[in-house]
Design a protein around this ligand. Sequence first.
Ligand SMILES: [Cu+2]
Length: 317
Amino acid sequence: MLRLAFKTLPGLALIAAGAVHAGADRLVVAPGGYTPMKPTPGKGMPVDGGLTFQTQYSPTGLEALWMHDNIVMTVLIAVTLFVLALLIWVMVRYNSRANPVPSKTSHNTLLEVVWTGIPVLILLVVFVPSMKLLAHQFKTPPKDALTIKAIGNQWYWTYAYPDNGEFEVTSNMLSHEEAIKRGEPPQLAADNRMVVPVGEPIRLQTTGADVIHSFAVPSLWFKLDAVPGRINEKVLFVKEPGVYYGQCSELCGARHGYMPIVVEALPRPQYNAWVMTHAGAKIDGAPDVPAPAAAAAAPAAEAASGTEVAAAASSGE
Ligand SMILES: [Cu+2]
C-alpha cells in the first residue's frame, strides 16, 4: 500500500527518468519578451495563521508532505493517545485508595517482548519511507540539466547562469513601500529574481562568498547550506509556474533577516526570453556559434602556418 501511494505521486517519475525538455522546444523563445510575473496571494509564501507546511510545488515536497501527514502524524497521534490512556488507567485503577495492596510483580516476559517489539515495528514503518525520501532528495541531476549557482553574500544573493552565457544576477531585498507597491509580500520581495524553467530538473549549486548562508524556499522543499570554499548541489524541480519566496536560513550576520530569495518559475519559452534580456546570454543546449572575430582569425592563422611550412621547405630542412 505504501509503495502504491508513492507511485501515484505525480512528478516523481519525471525526476526518476531524468527527463529534461529535450529537442527543439527547449530553444523556443517567447515572442513577447519578459515581464516579471505577479505573485499569486498565498502561493509560495507564508499565510496568516498558517500552522502546517506551505503547499508544496515540487515532487519531493509532495512526497515529504504526504509522509508527514499520513505516516508521521498518524504514528505520533496514535502513540500520544495510547500513552495518555495508559496514564489515565494507572491513575484511576492503581491509586492508593483503589488499590491499597500493590502487586509485587517485577517481570512479565510477554509484556517485555511486546513493549520492545512494537516500538521496533513502528520505527521500521517510519524508516522505510524516510530513507526513500532522503534518496529522492539527493538524487543526482541528469547530465543535461541546467546549472544555476546561488551565491550567498553579506547580505544579498547573486545567481550565476553558467549554461546561459555566464551572466550573473544580483538580488537585493525591496523596501517595504516598494514591495507593497508591486503587490509582493514585504521583506520577502527582491529587486531581481532567480528565474528558472518550470517542469525540468535544475542542478542548483550553492556556495558562500564570505560566511555560511543557507538557500531555503519552503514551498519548493529546498534548503541547502551555502558554504565558502565549497559547492553544494541538489536538484530543484518546480512543478508549476509561479513566484516562490524563501529566506537565508543560516544566521549570517547583522542583516541575515533581510536577504530574501525569490524563485520565479516560467515555462521554457518565457524563461529563454528572460535569459536573452542579459548581455552575452545564450540558451542552454543551443549549438555554439563561433563569434565573428574568432571565425575571421581562423583563416589568417592557417595562412600563417602555411608560410612557415613554405619557409622551412625553401631552407632545405
Ligand atoms: Cu545569509
